[in-house]
Design a protein around this ligand. Structure first.
Ligand SMILES: Cc1ncc(COP(=O)(O)O)c(C=O)c1O
Length: 450
């Protein structure tokens, strides 16, 4: 069907933009994003000027909207504290790092030099020699999990995947995609893997090798699975040389190395791969991630493809060439010292938030090596939306990132205290019991409050 010409009043169609520009809003279907309409540009020049002015206003309005909403973003692990404006000129260059980052390619319009630098940085951090590892910059933590778990599956085609109930959904997706049997392991109240249950499940399946997904920070509670405990459980159950461990470090994989008290995530231990997201703690403005594995495992996965005259070794084909530059820039600007300082501030602010919430009578808890504070789900969905909180069952959480300041947390808890009075005293809602979710010592319901 040929495109139709827009009428004057169709130049600004979308509801959200009507709202942004102070125009009336028409309700969309519940739960659905209202899409912007793309209209054909006008043919005559004078209308074209108007259209361009209109588009500029619309973009300006949308930018302001994003800036305003970013200030109230507490529930998801994105570091919004960054200034990448010196990198803006790169957005006018098409960069594609398709294929193996270490391979020599004919095209010069890529950022492999930056990608390899970033990968070497992570190889050093996770203690694997530069000639003993392989990795690449992914689209995010999900792709890192897909890659790491595929490596485990290729190494042990008849292996069973063990992962805790609190794992990210991408791990279960990987099991489904690769048709690998997946056994879910119970967790403790903190969200950490229950090693007694792991042992029990392993002993029920001693004839199949084990592929383990270890959470280096679970999605909801930020709990860390103990790699040393997992390894000793595997060995005690007779799985010597018949296991592969992938470490899903989406958020905390970037923070743990800078926490003095934290156990080490390191290739000096018998693990197979580690992945993380680059847009979480590092604050890359586009989704991206890093995955690193041992060279010997990567070789099993790569095959030569004549069309690209190179080895195909990554999950996706074309790959974002801008992300490595942004990651390189951040790592070079902050260094170990800067990252370590940011991690310490986030830990302190998370502890501060837990105290603030408890002071206003809100059930709350925060794991020792985490900046994720879980607390009772606010009754009012509008409040949840205003602060962009992530919720699961009776719980909500705030992930304290470098942009989530002391002042912001104070404002949040003051607002919550005000709302809470309204929900529980005026409207008569009952305070839920969260003893099972976060422990009775953190629960402020009528049965557990002291
Ligand atoms: C533990 C964990 N793994 C994996 C992911 C997926 O990461 P991404 O959103 O970068 O694909 C997340 C995202 O929140 C996560 O929390």
């Amino acid at each position: 069907m040929p495109p139709t010409m827009p009428s004057e009043d169709k130049l600004v169609v979308p509801n959200t933009l009507h709202q942004l520009l102070g125009c009336p809003v028409t309700a969309g279907e519940k739960g659905c994003t209202e899409g912007l309409e793309i209209v054909e540009p006008p043919v005559d020049e004078s209308t074209m000027v108007e259209t361009e002015e209109h588009m500029a206003r619309l973009m300006e309005g949308y930018l302001q909207h994003l800036q305003e909403r970013s200030a109230y973003h507490l529930g998801y692990p994105l570091n919004l504290d960054h200034d990448f404006s010196p990198l803006a000129p790169f957005l006018n260059i098409s960069l594609n790092n398709a294929g193996d980052p270490f391979a020599k390619v004919n095209s010069s319009v890529h950022s492999r030099q930056f990608e390899v630098a970033v990968l070497h940085w992570f190889a050093d951090l996770w203690e694997v020699q530069r000639d003993q590892y392989w990795g690449y910059i992914t689209t995010g933590g999900t792709e890192g999990n897909l890659y790491g778990l595929l490596a485990g599956r290729e190494l042990f085609p008849s292996g069973i995947l063990y992962t805790s109930y609190d794992s990210h959904y991408s791990v279960f997706k990987a099991a489904k995609m690769y048709r690998v049997k997946c056994i879910r392991i119970a967790t403790t109240v903190s969200g950490e893997m229950n090693y007694a249950d792991l042992k029990y499940r392993l002993l029920q399946n001693t004839s199949s090798p084990a592929i383990i997904n270890a959470n280096i920070g679970t999605t909801f509670k930020g709990a860390i699975d103990d790699i040393d405990q997992i390894i000793s459980t595997l060995e005690k159950c007779g799985f010597q040389n018949r296991y592969y461990i992938h470490c899903d470090g989406a958020l905390s994989g970037m923070m743990m190395p800078f926490m003095k008290q934290a156990p080490k995530v390191s290739f000096k231990k018998p693990i197979g791969s580690i992945s993380l997201s680059g847009h979480k703690f590092l604050g890359c403005p586009m989704p991206c991630g890093v995955v690193i594995t041992r060279l010997e495992h990567a070789q099993i996965l790569s095959t030569y493809v004549e069309y690209i005259a190179a080895k195909d070794s990554t999950i996706t084909g074309s790959r974002n060439g801008h992300a490595p530059i942004f990651l390189w820039y951040t790592l070079s600007k902050k260094g170990y010292k800067g990252l370590s300082r940011e991690v310490q501030i986030c830990l302190e602010n998370a502890q501060y938030l837990e105290i603030l919430l408890k002071q206003i009578g809100v059930s709350a808890s925060c794991n020792a090596l985490s900046t994720t504070v879980v607390f009772e789900r606010p009754v009012d969905e509008e409040f949840v939306g205003r602060w962009q909180l992530a919720c699961e069952g009776n719980l909500a959480h705030i992930v304290v990132m470098p942009n989530v300041t002391f002042e912001k947390l104070t404002t949040f808890s003051e607002e919550l205290a005000e709302k809470k009075r309204c929900w529980y005293q005026e409207k008569g809602f009952g305070i839920p019991c969260l003893a099972v979710d976060i422990g009775h010592e953190n629960c402020f319901c009528s049965a557990h409050a002291v």
